[in-house]
Structures are given as structure tokens and as C-alpha cells.
Design a protein around this ligand. Sequence first.
Ligand SMILES: C[S@@+](CC[C@H](N)C(=O)[O-])C[C@H]1O[C@@H](n2cnc3c(N)ncnc32)[C@H](O)[C@@H]1O
Length: 226
Amino acid sequence: MEKIKLIETASDNAFILLQEGSKKPVTRNLTPGIQVYGEKLITIANVEYRFWDPFRSKLAAIMLKGSSVSIKKESAILYLGAANGTTASHVSDIASEGVVFAVEFSPRAMHDLIRVSIPRMNLIPILSDAMRPESYKNMVTLVDVIYQDVAQREQAVIALRNAKLFLKTDGILVLMIKSRSIDSTGEPEDVIDNEVKKLGGFFKVMELIELEPFHSDHVAVVAQRV
Ligand SMILES: C[S@@+](CC[C@H](N)C(=O)[O-])C[C@H]1O[C@@H](n2cnc3c(N)ncnc32)[C@H](O)[C@@H]1O
């Protein structure tokens, strides 16, 4: 019989599934029987899990790389750049008893995100510009985690503006940076270094994780509000 093993990660409801020598991230499905983007489902000991593709999701990639990012089942998360809800749906699985405020400014992506959120009571789509957090101030509570994946130039500015309004002291920022989105001419290390320096004073950087081979030119910055 095929041997399958689930290894816990630092986050609730997120596991690494060991199967035939390969390691695959999965999350416990909050909405059993429902797929979001055609991902495979697997049932182990009467619990259904969704496969989480690290090539499609940067958060899955850092989980697979052993990041210490810890999202609890009761956590409140502010997700900036939720797109059509691929990763946001897995964050909603993880924070099964918490809440995910999912900000996205593209109406087309928001259309899909709303569809994903309908059976997920903890996923709140917000059509807004993450550069202007005061525009959603009345919809978002204080949060434990800000997850930012906006592929924009002003990464640090967006993170700081949102953290000042919404992130609890000791709260965690997970920032996905693509050096070429910030500056296509500079050396990637310098560009990322420069952006990380802008977080200093407000955040203590805890991890810098390169996302190769899953996402080229990307680095994940994990930092704690001080
Ligand atoms: C790389 S994609 C996000 C992928 C998504 N995080 C996932 O893993 O499924 C970046 C998204 O950020 C959105 N975005 C870019 N700038 C934004 C802004 N200022 N406010 C809100 N959303 C923004 C884009 O429309 C796009 O959907």
C-alpha cells in the first residue's frame, strides 16, 4: 500500500504531505468537496486536504522551504494583492476560525475572488488600492499578519502604511518582493536590500527566503513589528 505521511508546519491546518519520496504542501479544506482552481483533493483519516502548488503560490513555496511563518487558526490576516483568490483560499483554510481581509484593486480579479469567498465565511473581499489603506479603514480590524504580494514599485511604502493602521505590535509581515518590479536596472540584491532597509525602525527582519526554483527573482521578507 502507498505510504502517505503528513508533516506539521509552523501554521495551523497547513502540512507537508510526504508521498512516494516527494513533498507537497496541502491545507485542510475548510469547504470539503469544493475546489478553487482545479487543485487535487485528498482525504486522509476522514479529513479532506487541498494540494497547494508552490509554483502558483509564493506562500506555499516558503512553507515548503521550512519558513517559520506561523498563522494560527484564530489569526486575523490582511492580505494585500489577493488576485483571484488562489493563495487567499489556502490562507482561509489555515485561519479557519479567524478572518482574512483580502484587498485587490483589479475588478476582474475581484470578480473571481468574490466567487471564491462565497462558501468561505472567513474570507472578506475588499475592492481597494493597498496604497490607500484609509479607504478600507472601516472594514478591517487589527490583524496578526499582513501578507503582501502586490508586484508594485513601492513595496515598503505599502507595507508601512498598512502596518501603521492595522498590524498589532509583534504582528508579522510577510512581503513578497520581485526585484524587477521595483527597479529593472539595478542589481537584484541591492534593490531588495534597499527595500528591506526602508522597513527598519518599524520592523525587525526575521527571515529572507529566496523563492527559487518556484518563483525566479523573488524574495520573501518575514518581519515582526517592533
Ligand atoms: C502577483 S499577483 C498576486 C497573486 C496572489 N497573491 C496569489 O498568490 O494568488 C499581484 C496582485 O496584486 C494586485 N495589486 C497590485 N497593486 C495593487 C494595489 N495597489 N492594491 C491592490 N491590489 C494590487 C494586482 O492586481 C494582482 O492581482
